[in-house]
Design a protein around this ligand. Structure first.
Ligand code: FEO
Length: 411
C-alpha cells in the first residue's frame, strides 16, 4: 500500500481491509474495503481520520508515514471526524508511541474518546464554524454532520485545496487502494464502484438518510473541489458525482426509488421455486427489470442493496411451522430496520396444512412501520397448478405496472 498525494500538502494513507473480514462483523467484503487517512501538512501537521487496529493495520499507517519521512512527533493534531473504531482503533497505539498531540473532535466525540480509549491526550472540542490554522496556508474548518454515521460525526474542510473529509459519508466498499482516485478510473471501474457504493450505503448509511440530506444541505455553501472519504474512492475529477449519488440514495428512503423490482424467494421442496419463473415473465413483459435473490443462499447485504434501489419488492416463500420461511422473516426484519419503507409489494408461496405467513408478515411490517403497499397475496396448497402460474404471471405484470406508474414512467 502506497501513500499518494491528494493535493498540494495533502496525502492519502490507506489501509486495506482484506476480503476475509466482515465489515462491522456483519457485511461481506468480497472486494475488500479501504480505510483512508489523510495527512495535511502546513507548518503543523494534522492526521484526519485514522484506522482500526486489525492485524497489522496501525503499523501499515506508520510505515506509510515513514515513507513520507513524517515522524509521529510531527503530528500535532489527530482530527477524529467520527469515533467508530474502524477510524480510531489505532489511538491507543499512537498514544503509546507519541505523547505530544491533541485530539480534535466534537463534544460528543470527546465523550467517546474517553469511553472507548480512556487515554490521557488533550481533547480540543470543536463545533460547526470552528477552524484551526495549521500555518503554511493550510486551515481546517469543521462542520457537524450528526448521524452520518454516529451522533458525534463532523466533516473537516481544508480551504486552500477545497478538500472535504467527510469520514463515512460519500464512502464505498471495494478496492485495494491501487485505484484511489476517480480521475484514474475508466468507466468499467467507476461502474464497479457504483455497485460497491450502493451496497455500502444500504448496509452502513441507509438508516441515516435524513441525516445525509441534512449534511448535504449544510455543506451546500462550501466550495468542494475534492471529496476524500474514509472508505473507498477519493473524488477529484468529479466530486459532485458522489454527492449527487448519495443525495439520490438518501431520497430512496421516502419509498420511490428506481423502476426495479427485487424478487426475494426461498423454497424447501421446489414448489415455491416453480412459481418464480412465471412471475418474472410477468414483470419482464411490462418492461421492468427484476433482480432475483434466493434466501438463505444470498447474504442479506446484497438483498438490502438491491431492495434499497427498488420501488417494488416480491417475497416468495413457503409456510414453515405456521410462520414464514425463517430466512425470509430475517431478511424482512433487516429491510425494515434499515428503512426500506413504502414500497410496492407482492407475496406468494406454497403451504401444506395451514398458512400463517401473513400474520407474521403483518406483525413485522407493523412493528417496523414499513408501510409496504401489498397486492393480494397468491398462496397455493402444495404445488402450483397451471391456473396458479397464470395468475402469478398476471400479478407480476400488475406489480411492474404499479412500479412504472409510481416512478412516473408511462405505460
Ligand atoms: Fe467507517 Fe461508521 O465507520
Amino acid at each position: 500500500m502506497n501513500t499518494t498525494k491528494v493535493a498540494d500538502g495533502i496525502f492519502r494513507i490507506t489501509a486495506h481491509v482484506d476480503t476475509d473480514i466482515l465489515f462491522e462483523g456483519l457485511w461481506p467484503l468480497p472486494h475488500g474495503v479501504t480505510l483512508n487517512s489523510f495527512l495535511v501538512r502546513g507548518k503543523e501537521s494534522a492526521l484526519i481520520d485514522g484506522v482500526c487496529d486489525w492485524d497489522g493495520v496501525p503499523e501499515t499507517l506508520y510505515a506509510q508515514l515513514a515513507q513520507m519521512e513524517v515522524e509521529l512527533r510531527d503530528i500535532r493534531y489527530a482530527v477524529l471526524n467520527h469515533l467508530e473504531p474502524d477510524h480510531t482503533g489505532w489511538l491507543s497505539s499512537l498514544r503509546a508511541l507519541h505523547r505530544d498531540f491533541e485530539i480534535v473532535t466534537t463534544k460528543k466525540g470527546g465523550e467517546l474518546v474517553r469511553a472507548f480509549y480512556g487515554i490521557d491526550v488533550p481533547v480540543r472540542t470543536v463545533k460547526s464554524g470552528d477552524s484551526i490554522d495549521l500555518g503554511g496556508g493550510k486551515r481546517l474548518h469543521f462542520t457537524e454532520i450528526p448521524n452520518v454515521h454516529w451522533p458525534e460525526t463532523m466533516a473537516t474542510y481544508e480551504e486552500s485545496t477545497g478538500a472535504l473529509f467527510p469520514c463515512d459519508a460519500f464512502g464505498s466498499f471495494g478496492g485495494d487502494g491501487s485505484i484511489p482516485y476517480d480521475d484514474e478510473m475508466d468507466k468499467k471501474e467507476l461502474d464497479f464502484y457504483r455497485e460497491e457504493t450502493l451496497r455500502y450505503y444500504a448496509n452502513i448509511v441507509a438508516r441515516f438518510s435524513d441525516s445525509v440530506l441534512r449534511a448535504i444541505e449544510k455543506l451546500g455553501g462550501v466550495d468542494v473541489k475534492i471529496v476524500a472519504p474514509a472508505h473507498g474512492i477519493v473524488w477529484r475529477r468529479d466530486p459532485g458525482r458522489i454527492i449527487d449519488l448519495y443525495r439520490r440514495y438518501a431520497e430512496y428512503a421516502k419509498g420511490t426509488a428506481e423502476p426495479v423490482i427485487t424478487v426475494i424467494w426461498g423454497s424447501m421442496y421446489g414448489n415455491t421455486e416453480r412459481a418464480v419463473a412465471p412471475l418474472l415473465e410477468g414483470i419482464e413483459s411490462a418492461g421492468v427489470e427484476a433482480r432475483v435473490f434466493r434466501v438463505p443462499e444470498t447474504h442479506e447485504s446484497y438483498v438490502l442493496a438491491s431492495a434499497w434501489e427498488s420501488t417494488g419488492i416480491v417475497l416468495g416463500m413457503p409456510t414453515y411451522e405456521y410462520h414464514m420461511f425463517p430466512p425470509m422473516a430475517a431478511v424482512i426484519e433487516d429491510l425494515g430496520r434499515k428503512g426500506v419503507v413504502n414500497r410496492e409489494a407482492f407475496r406468494f408461496g406454497s403451504y401444506g396444512w395451514s398458512g400463517g405467513a401473513q400474520k407474521e408478515l403483518d406483525d413485522i411490517l407493523h412493528r417496523l412501520k414499513m408501510k409496504w403497499n401489498f397486492m393480494d397475496p397468491m398462496e397455493f396448497r402444495g404445488a402450483p397448478t397451471e391456473k396458479d402460474l397464470a395468475v402469478l404471471r398476471e400479478r407480476g405484470r400488475d406489480l411492474a405496472l404499479r412500479v412504472k406508474k409510481r416512478c412516473g414512467l408511462a405505460e
